[in-house]
Design a binder for this molecule. Sequence first.
Ligand SMILES: C[S@@+](CC[C@H](N)C(=O)[O-])C[C@H]1O[C@@H](n2cnc3c(N)ncnc32)[C@H](O)[C@@H]1O
Length: 208
Amino acid sequence: MKRKELESCLQQVDVFEKPKLLLEQYPTRPHIAACMLYTIHNSFDDIEDKLVADLGCGCGVLSVGAAVLGAGLCVGFDIDEDALEICSRNIEEFDLKNTDTIQCDVCALVPERFSNKFDTVIMNPPFGTKHNKGMDMQFLKMALSMSQTAVYSLHKSSTREHIQKKADDWNVKMEVIAELKYDLPASYKFHKKTSVDIEVDFIRFCLK
Ligand SMILES: C[S@@+](CC[C@H](N)C(=O)[O-])C[C@H]1O[C@@H](n2cnc3c(N)ncnc32)[C@H](O)[C@@H]1O
């Protein structure tokens, strides 16, 4: 499948109806989701026939994309039942048999339960910059414990140095695959502009 085809497919995915600020609910735009998944699939062969986890799956744009690209199974984890309801609807509309969802707090998962159970973990985690400082790193720590091969994630570029230090501490190799302009839509009242561009790194992590 071509990247453009994947992108138009992901444009059909329904997104949050009433996004929750505290949970940092903003969907990954189809263009960015398609670029991420296409790279994971074509450059690293980490999707087809693989067991994939999508942490903070929201309405499931990354899960749907991974499933369309031939994941053996993609399991989406999210804390919010409203988001998961939309995600399940999307899965049904795409008639996907290779996806599942689990409602849970990713930060409270028992690491041993899912330890090394997945080949690949993909995620666009909460950036954890306000009330929930450090949330992105909690997601990353959990993702690394779950994956046997690689974790693909989005993080604010301004935190790159901090993430690199953590990766070194955890003995994890970190590669910035792309620097993206992430257009955060003005979904919340405190956003004055219609969208705000923030610089985001698309990163691949794997054990050294
Ligand atoms: C930035 S959104 C990304 C949504 C989706 N993955 C996407 O790419 O469109 C972050 C997601 O993390 C979920 N989330 C926030 N805190 C969570 C937690 N503690 N445990 C599980 N999911 C959480 C939110 O409900 C939201 O769906």
